[in-house]
Structures are given as structure tokens and as C-alpha cells.
Write a protein of this length. Structure first.
Length: 416
């Protein structure tokens, strides 16, 4: 039985790991495609029931049944249409599983009728590599017949800092409207942290009063990922960070993040801001927290009070949540913990209860002004406001896969 029937919309997913499986769940829920082709690249388990269990169950989110219909809802219907293919039907949507090709160029998406492929392996990240290099690469999907390829991770360029003209980084709700089907063939959906952070910064940059940012930094208190060691392991010969091989179950681990570089690609106006970012890994399964620190140049009102304050910042977020970022940015006045955010379908949730600001003055002496051609005997004092803003994001399903799905569907709808 073949899914390549005429005039049907089919989605290709390469990889059935954390993001691949949750993307499948999300697309079954959205019902945007008539069928889905998942390339596992190998046989999963001993029987078709083993494969179904991998798709059906999840240690973090429970089951596809709970995801689609809630704890008290009905059980999702999963049928086996063909054991040999194998071909399943999940809630009426055909899902074909491919089990032979590990190299993207060998998947043969053209034969399957797939135009849009999401690579969720986390392996093929360099958009500059071509199949003639002899190594598996992201462009292999294009050679196999796909028209557009979306990568569920930031690009990593090994040999150059120049991103090819047909490759771009996009976050849904931030810059996805810049997608040009005549130009863009490879699209990175950035990372979960970049997605959450971009949606935190967007309202601030779009408001005239809060757009005057002098400097900013962020730390993400980030849940564990499969790149970490369950128990302590021995570092490789060229390892530069020994903490990455320490047990994820027992430690709070300082780490790095490439969020700044990716952020500049989707929000070029952030480049003029001195921005720093780091990550702290903690032993939880999902839901992470961005601690954003921003210093604003502010003006004072007629009473001498700063214009940038806690109320203004929360109001800026409330306006965004009701307007341009509706359903992507949420504002909560509750006192939340991470478990409360699991499964929340939004790029980020502002913890408005914990927004704090303090205003002080930067003193510029006359001698400093004189060196810049300003002759005065006065001391200049500039008001600055420092703000601490917290944003929750379900770094797997609710934030990242949600935005990845919406970006994928937008690309499909606008692909010629």
C-alpha cells in the first residue's frame, strides 16, 4: 500500500526521537496533512506492536491518548493497515514508516510523494554540506525529492561562517513571514531556548519606551536532554567541557548555549545590544525557565518617576499576548512551578508575578564629556532601569514542537 496518492498533502519526518515523535503527535492533532511518512532508518523492535508502543507512549507526557483527549477522554484509534510496509492509521491519518535509509539522500521522498520534510535527527546540521562530499547531510533530503527541509535544531557550520543563500533560520511568530519559497530551501527552526527568548524580547523591542535597551543577559534553567550522560562517563580525548559527561540525574550543571548567535539571525536589531547568555542544566524531564535581565535607558515623568517600571513591562506583555503574539505568548499572574507549565502550548509564559525593576543613575563626569567634545562644568546623570523578567517554556512539546509545527505548516502552505 502506497501513500503517494495524487493531490494529497504529505509530511515527511526524519527521525523518531524526542522531537520527531512529539511532532508526529502534534500533526495528528492539527490534521493539516492527509498522511505522514516517518523515516526511522532502521527496524524498531521485533514486531509492529513494539513500533506502535514507541509512538503511543512517552515517559514525560504520558500517551498520545492523553495528549489528544485528556486523562478522562477516549483512547486514540491506532490501526495497522499493512504490517509489511509498515503502514498505520492514527485517528484516521495514514502514517507510513520507512526503515531502510540512514542517509537523507537515500530516503526517496519523491517516490513517497513528500514535498516538506522535517529533519528531527539532530545529526545533519550543516547547510553548506553537499551530497558529493560523500557524507550524509541535510541537503540529501533535497536530492531525494523534497522541496523544502526544516531542521529541528540550529544550524552548525563546520567550515565557514557564511550561511548559503538558500538557507535561513526562522521562528514562528518572529520572522516566519520572511519565508521566500523561491529562495529558501533549508530552514532551521532554531532551538527551544531561542524560541522562548525571541518571544520575550519581541514585545520589548516593539514598544517605544522599552526598546531603548542598553544591555541584556539571560540564563536558562534548562531541563535535561539526551545529549547528557545518565551517569558519569569518561570524556573524549578532545573534550573541553568535563561537565557534559557528569550525571544528569544528580547535578546542577553549568553549560553554554548558542542562543545569542541564533537570536541575531531571526532578530537582526538585537545586534546593537550587548547580549550574554548561558545555561544551567537541572535534573527535570521538561519545562525550562528563562531568567532575562535587561537594562533600559529610561526617562522620568513629571514626578521624577521612571517611565520603565514593572507595570509598564507587564502591560507590554499583556498587549502582545492579546495582539500580535496571541497564543504564542501568555502572561500568568499566578505563582507557578515548572510542573504547572508542562504541555502549555505557547512559545513562552511570562511569570508576571516575578517581574521586578530598579532604577538608578549613571553618573558621567565633566572630564569624560569633554573628551567627546562636550564642554560643561556639570555632572550628567542618566537614569537607567534594570529589569528582571522570567519566562517559562515547555522546551519539548508545548513551546518548541508547537512552534515547529506551525512553522512547518506555514512553509507547506506557501511552497510553490
Amino acid at each position: 500500500m502506497n501513500l503517494s496518492f495524487k493531490n494529497k498533502k504529505l509530511l515527511g519526518i526524519n527521525g523518531l526521537g524526542r522531537i520527531g515523535k512529539l511532532l508526529l503527535w502534534n500533526q495528528i492533532h492539527l490534521r493539516h496533512y492527509d498522511g505522514i511518512v516517518v523515516n526511522c532508518g532502521r527496524v524498531v523492535g521485533k514486531t509492529i506492536d513494539d513500533l506502535i508502543q514507541v509512538i503511543e507512549m512517552d515517559s514525560t507526557y504520558g500517551s498520545i491518548h492523553k495528549f489528544l483527549y485528556g486523562i478522562a477522554g477516549r483512547k486514540a484509534e491506532i490501526k495497522v493497515l499493512d504490517v509489511e510496509e509498515p503502514l498505520l492509521e492514527i485517528e484516521g491519518i495514514p502514517v507510513k514508516i520507512l526503515r531502510t535509509a540512514r542517509d537523507p539522500k537515500d530516503v526517496n521522498w519523491l517516490n513517497e510523494g513528500v514535498r516538506i520534510v522535517v529533519d528531527c535527527t539532530g545529526t545533519f546540521l550543516d547547510p553548506t554540506m553537499h551530497t558529493d562530499s560523500g557524507k550524509p547531510c541535510l541537503r540529501g533530503h533535497l536530492d531525494a525529492g523534497a522541496l523544502k527541509v526544516i531542521c529541528s535544531a540550529p544550524f552548525k557550520l563546520k567550515s565557514t561562517n557564511s550561511v548559503p543563500e538558500d538557507a535561513t533560520t526562522m521562528i514562528y511568530g518572529i520572522n516566519h513571514l520572511d519565508f521566500d519559497p523561491r529562495k529558501h530551501n533549508l530552514i532551521s527552526a532554531a532551538s527551544c531556548t531561542t524560541t522562548g527568548l525571541a518571544h520575550m524580547l519581541k514585545p520589548l523591542l516593539e514598544n517605544e519606551t522599552t526598546s531603548r535597551i542598553l544591555t541584556a543577559s539571560m540564563s536558562t534553567i534548562h531541563s535535561a536532554t539526551n545529549t547528557q550522560s545518565i551517569l558519569d562517563s569518561v570524556p573524549k580525548a578532545d573534550a573541553t567541557d568535563l561537565r557534559k559527561t557528569r550525571s544528569v540525574l544528580n547535578n546542577i550543571i553549568l553549560s553554554t548555549t548558542g542562543v545569542t548567535k541564533a537570536l541575531e539571525q531571526v532578530m537582526p536589531n538585537i545586534k546593537h545590544i550587548g547580549f550574554m547568555a548561558d545555561s544551567v542544566r537541572v535534573p527535570t524531564s521538561t519545562v525550562s525557565l528563562i531568567n532575562l535581565n535587561v537594562t533600559f535607558h529610561t526617562d522620568l515623568d513629571e514626578l521624577g518617576e521612571p517611565l520603565v517600571n514593572r507595570k509598564l513591562i507587564n502591560d507590554v506583555y499583556l498587549k502582545a499576548a492579546e495582539g500580535s503574539q496571541k497564543d504564542l505568548l501568555l502572561v500568568s499572574n499566578r505563582q507557578n512551578v515548572s510542573a504547572d507549565m508542562m504541555g502549555t502550548m505557547a512559545a513562552v509564559v511570562i511569570e508576571a508575578h516575578e517581574t521586578h525593576t530598579r532604577t538608578g543613575f549613571v553618573t558621567i563626569p565633566a572630564s569624560t564629556l569633554a573628551t567627546h567634545g562636550m564642554v560643561t562644568d556639570k555632572i550628567l546623570e542618566l537614569p537607567v532601569t534594570h529589569a528582571k523578567i522570567f519566562g517559562w517554556y515547555d522546551n519539548e512539546l508545548g513551546s518548541y514542537v508547537n512552534c515547529l509545527s506551525r512553522l512547518t505548516n506555514y512553509v507547506e502552505e506557501h511552497t510553490i
